[in-house]
Design a protein around this ligand. Structure first.
Ligand SMILES: [Fe+2]
Length: 283
């Protein structure tokens, strides 16, 4: 094991027998969105991620929505390269890979083809963020992506009022092969009681199968996966915590196009069982 690892990283890898501990959703690139404004702040956030047990982070700046035409693929990739070099120089043991937090938009397919919209680590999964201010049905886009071998990971549905009010909305998304990503802070009550309750319900039901930090800084929205893992373990058991906080994030990062095609063809239920194999669903 790399002797530069922090104690928290070492504990996470050993405890879960993992090759990498991955955060698939984090706004850690400097100056691109509402994450860190400067390189110094970005390094501080990356240090906090390493102290929170992560060895790898997918940098997922906002794309489209109010960042339309700003954070295109080449910009994000160059920023990831720059941050990795800075982290080596600053002796922060964290690997950054490119990705994006992609706002639902009808231009996603052509922009993916043009290399402007990014998937998680260039693989088969794409973070899909619903607009906050209004509800727009994502099912059509989830199916379009699945048809191209890509699996949508819908980010923090528990933080959307409209989806919380009608939790059955997510069922067709799952049937079309999508996954639900919960934000670690939601499980700890950081986004209010409604988000907390919805997050735990979807997690216990096996509808939500991956947890990420969606951290933006070290103060207001810091990484808190260590606490979230402890709480998931306490309520739903160690197997669920390992699946949703460690194993599935790594699967999302390493996902191959075939995984997504299989999910779309097989429908949600068999695939969800496969993804959570050995996982107790809890109460
Ligand atoms: Fe985000």
């Amino acid at each position: 094991m790399d002797d530069r690892l922090t104690n928290a990283q070492r504990r996470r890898l050993e405890r879960f027998g993992a090759a990498e501990a991955v955060d698939i959703h984090c706004h850690c690139l400097p100056g691109l969105d509402d994450g860190p404004a400067t390189a110094e702040e970005a390094v501080a956030l990356c240090r906090a991620l390493a102290e929170d047990g992560f060895t790898t982070v997918v940098a997922t700046p906002h794309q489209l929505g109010r960042y339309d035409r700003r954070n295109g693929g080449p910009v994000v990739r160059a920023a990831v390269e720059g941050l990795n070099a800075t982290l080596v120089a600053e002796n922060v043991p964290l690997k950054v890979v490119p990705g994006a937090d992609v706002r639902l938009d009808e231009r996603i397919i052509p922009l993916l083809a043009a290399g402007e919209v990014l998937t998680v680590g260039g693989g088969s999964h794409i973070l899909l963020e619903l607009p906050h201010e209004t509800y727009i049905e994502p099912l059509g886009m989830i199916r379009l992506l699945a048809g191209r071998g890509l699996r949508a990971v819908v980010t923090h549905p528990e933080r959307h009022d409209a989806v919380r009010r009608r939790p059955e909305l997510v069922l067709p998304w799952l049937a079309a092969g999508a996954m639900l990503q919960l934000t670690a802070g939601s499980l700890l009550g950081d986004f209010g009681r409604g988000a907390e309750d919805a997050a735990w319900r979807w997690l216990a039901a096996g509808s939500a199968t991956v947890v990420a930090t969606d951290s933006h800084d070290t103060e207001r929205r810091p990484p808190c996966m260590t606490k979230a893992i402890a709480e998931v373990e306490r309520r739903l058991g160690a197997d669920v915590a390992k699946a949703v906080c460690v194993d599935n994030p790594l699967r999302v990062l390493r996902g191959r196009p075939q995984d997504a095609a299989d999910a779309a063809a097989a429908g949600a239920a068999p695939k969800r069982r496969a993804w959570g194999s050995g996982v107790s669903r809890g109460a």
